[in-house]
Design a protein around this ligand. Structure first.
Ligand code: GDP
Length: 686
């Protein structure tokens, strides 16, 4: 894509709390951008983005697909972000590859706790965003109330750039505070394609002027040159305001807020305009950083077609045509049939075909360049999170960090003849979803699957059945415990073997200490004066890391520890990488014993929403589950309880909550942290 075209490209995501209307908004966007010719309703399960069976059944969007559409002179790639907290990792990986986002809110419900989670994630990735307050046709909707909630809970930089015209069933359009015009939709035309711009009537004028002032001050606060204009000029040109909103949104965290009703087809075209006017193009985000696979030196790539090729695989999906790898291209160009390179496996990958994906069809492309998001057919081994580049210019883009799994279950096919197929399907699901893992238990030879929660594993099990027609039995859920240490310990370990011929010799001295940092296990080399060679130090590090991963006393992986290599000794003939690898493993085991191992259990963050009259029963039940309540809030006649609960106490919670609240309660749960398990746990799990 040429530079001019790149300026007209938008890679966006749409984030929302469940039920705020994300699916409906997405679908309307596809309708108005001309890619979809039939308006389908979500409750009928025909929404275009939800093309996976599982999603249709649940009515929630679990996996992110990318869809291309066109609006005016712009090309927009929509990366679908899921709304369910059990799948925040899906949100994270979409945030990684998009340049801007629309946050959809319900005009009645406002800011719900889940939105805060997604918002914080978007902050972490510094994603510029605009807000859309949806459902303005609903009884009880209140635009200004929601704006104030956004300001109070999410960002004080939120500024309305529109106001609703009419309320609830009389909601007919929006006031554009930049143009100071009312955009009124044709009442007769249900598709919402016809609207007209009118002057503001007297009854709208006062409020519009008040909020225009607030908007102007909000922009001036963030954009210096606009502040000067605002203070010195009486009439500021529309194009200057638009330019300032754009700059403020992209560079300074300004959040323009719009409103509408996706369901009634009001305000979507204006939302599309705002996406094009205010969200960044790939040229306006910082160059991507990566490292050279050989020496870890930092490399930067600009979003230009002429730079060496680099891309990030952010989604593997299978549809009826075969496997698709969705990639975000950060630099360079690829043409179909080109050989590419995966630096993680040091393997070539063939981009047999390149597609631009539209919700219901795909378009084959000859080539694709920097900034774009496309789907590739032909990759064999590349998984989610991998970098793809060309072999002559290798680069590893910062990997997407995937959290540790917290729950596991044994899984076996209903019939022995299906075993091979089951193994194949599990491997493929794991390639698609890096938070889902599979291994064979070395003692029992059982297949074990692990993931981020009960619902996560349940969804995958249902997918196996519906998409691959494999029926499997799963065992009881098991908690994935971890181990850490209580205090510091030092060990001096000699590994010596003399059995005639060449022997084995290695000595390592290590210190082990409790530690909390970015990495779960930190290794530091403090050897002075070359007591052992660099190559042996690498073997020591590998021995430590492998032993920490496979666990020491109960086979639980070690976390939150720091291992320092203090000293060592080698022998010119008998020392080997093998000897140092083993010496390090033994030293770590002994050190953990000395440093008092502590068993850790995963703690889940839980958020429960229930009608007021069930609150007492829900709290009473939580009490018996070692749960810890952090916050309680009221939202209309619902109560929202936020807390922490040990995973071990949460099994089967969906049916428990259903029965306590007669199906009226809902909850979300995701892994939060590890904490020491109660003393009796050891004897139960060992
Ligand atoms: P998602 O969970 O955020 O994807 O939300 P959906 O798009 O599935 O919408 C949830 C429900 O709200 C569905 O029944 C929609 O028909 C309804 N809905 C969506 N947008 C609007 C709107 O603007 N007004 C009203 N009244 N209902 C809406």
């Amino acid at each position: 894509m040429e530079k001019e075209n790149l300026a007209n490209l938008r890679n966006i995501g749409i984030a929302a709390h469940i039920d705020a209307g994300k699916t409906t908004v997405t679908e309307r966007i596809l309708f108005y951008t001309g890619k979809s010719f039939k308006l389908g309703e979500v409750h009928e399960g025909t929404a275009i983005m939800d093309w996976m069976e599982e999603e249709q059944k649940r009515g929630i969007t679990i996996t992110a697909a990318a869809t291309t559409c066109f609006w005016k002179d712009y090309r927009i790639n929509i990366i679908d972000t899921p709304g369910h907290v059990d799948f925040t990792i899906e949100v994270e990986r979409s945030l990684r590859v998009l340049d801007g986002a629309i946050c959809v809110f319900c005009g009645v419900g406002g800011v719900e706790a889940q939105t805060e989670t997604v918002w914080r994630q978007a902050n972490r990735y510094k994603v510029p965003r605009i807000c859309f307050v949806n459902k303005m046709d609903r009884i009880g909707s209140d635009f200004i109330k929601v704006v104030n909630e956004i300001k109070g809970k999410l960002s004080k930089n939120a500024v309305p750039i529109q106001l609703p015209v009419g309320k609830e069933k009389d909601f007919k359009g929006v006031v554009d505070l930049i143009k100071m015009k009312a955009i009124i939709f044709d009442y007769e035309d249900e598709s919402g394609e016809k609207f007209e711009e009118h002057d503001l009537t007297d009854d709208m004028l006062e409020e519009a002027e008040k909020y225009r002032e607030i908007m102007m001050e909000g922009i001036a606060d963030k954009v210096d040159w606009f502040m000067d204009k605002y203070l010195s000029e009486s009439a500021i040109k529309e194009e200057d305001i638009v330019r300032a909103v754009r700059e403020g949104t992209i560079n300074s965290g300004l959040i323009p807020v719009l409103c509408g009703s996706a369901f009634k087809n009001r305000g979507i075209q204006q939302l599309l305009d705002a996406v094009c006017y205010y969200l960044p193009s790939p040229l306006e985000i910082p160059p991507i950083k990566g490292t050279h696979p050989k020496d870890d030196s930092v490399i930067q790539r600009k979003p230009l077609a002429t730079e060496p090729f680099s891309a990030l695989a952010f989604k593997i999906a299978s549809d009826k045509h075969g496997d698709l790898t969705f990639i975000r291209i950060y630099s360079g160009t690829i043409t179909s049939g080109q050989r590419l390179y995966n630096p993680r496996f040091r393997k070539k990958e063939l981009a047999s075909r390149i597609y631009s994906m539209h919700a219901d069809k795909r378009e084959q492309l000859e080539s694709a360049s920097a900034g774009d998001i496309v789907a590739i057919v032909g990759f064999k081994d590349t998984g989610t999170g991998d970098t793809i580049c060309v072999e002559e210019y290798p680069i590893i883009l910062e990997r997407i960090e995937f959290p540790e799994t917290v729950i596991s279950m044994a899984i076996e096919p209903k019939t022995e003849s299906e075993k091979e197929k089951l193994v194949f399907v599990l491997a493929r699901l794991a390639k698609e979803d890096p938070t889902f893992r599979v291994h064979t238990d070395s003692e029992t030879s059982q297949l074990i699957v692990s993931g981020m929660g009960e619902l996560h594993l349940e969804v995958l099990k249902n997918r196996m059945l519906s998409e691959y027609k494999i029926n499997a039995n799963v065992g009881a859920p098991r908690v994935s415990y971890r181990e850490t240490i209580g205090h510091e310990a030092e060990v001096d370990e000699k590994f010596v073997k003399q059995t005639g011929g060449r022997g084995q010799y290695a000595r390592v001295e290590i210190r082990l200490e409790p530690y909390v940092g970015e990495k779960l296990v930190e290794f530091e080399d403090k050897i002075k004066g070359g007591a052992i060679t660099k190559q042996y130090i690498k073997s020591v590090e590998k021995g430590i890391m492998d032993t920490a991963k496979s666990g020491v006393s109960g086979g639980y992986p070690l976390i939150n520890i720091k291992v320092t290599l203090l000293d060592g000794d080698m022998h010119s003939v008998d020392s080997s990488e093998f000897a140092f690898y083993h010496a390090a493993g033994i030293a770590l085991r002994k050190a953990v014993e000395k440093a008092k191992a502590i068993l850790l259990e995963p703690i889940m963050q839980i958020e429960i929403t229930v009608p007021d009259n069930y609150l007492g029963d829900v709290l009473g039940d939580l009490n018996g589950r070692r749960a810890h309540i952090i916050e309680m809030a009221t939202e209309g006649d619902l109560r929202v309880v936020k807390g922490k609960i040990p995973l071990a106490e949460s099994f089967g919670y969906s049916s428990v909550l259903r029965s306590i609240t007669q199906g009226r309660g809902t909850y979300t749960m995701e892994p939060l942290e590890y904490k020491p398990a109660p003393a009796k746990t050891y004897s139960n799990v060992a």
